[in-house]
Design a protein around this ligand. Sequence first.
Ligand code: XMP
Ligand code: MG
Length: 175
Amino acid sequence: MIGRNLKVLLSEATIQNRVRALGLEIAAGYPGDDPLYLVCVLKGSCVFLADLARAIPRPVRIDFVSASSYGSETVSSGEVTLTKDVASDVGGADVLIVEDIVDTGATLAFLRDHLARKQPRSLRVVSLLDKPERRSQEVTIDYAGFTVPDEFVVGYGLDFDEAYRNLRDVCVLES
Ligand code: XMP
Ligand code: MG
């Protein structure tokens, strides 16, 4: 594909099985019927959010945030800014940040601080992928789908230059 090779790292079936299990684990972690606010980090997490929300057998609400970090396309820098905030009032609510991947941890650390200022009742994180090798900020991932090696991955919402988000598998992008 335009001089680039894709190697399947996590197949569609593997992802779907894990997302179903995560949904049940998350539901078990929130007893009661108060809505759980799933805060999806745009854009990479949108595919994961769609599957995860339907795998959680309890009331949920959906909202979105967007953050951008400056740096080259495959290496994120530490500087993060908020480009879109949640529309809901999440004060006093259970909030679960839905991330596609945690790499250095800068984005998550920033978003966690930002949402914590809104004083939710609880604030946890689910990330489909955890890439711990380049972690520079200490962040807690309460629910993690898969640990991945330090390689650039695309598919299932993740992009390279906005391409490949619609792949059903998570693939390693080899140059
Ligand atoms: P940090 O370093 O802040 O990075 O934890 C989080 C954001 O960096 C992007 N990122 C990736 N995007 N494939 C991608 O498509 C990757 O392998 C990858 N690694 C980091 C992503 O936007 C994520 O939210
Ligand atoms: Mg992201």
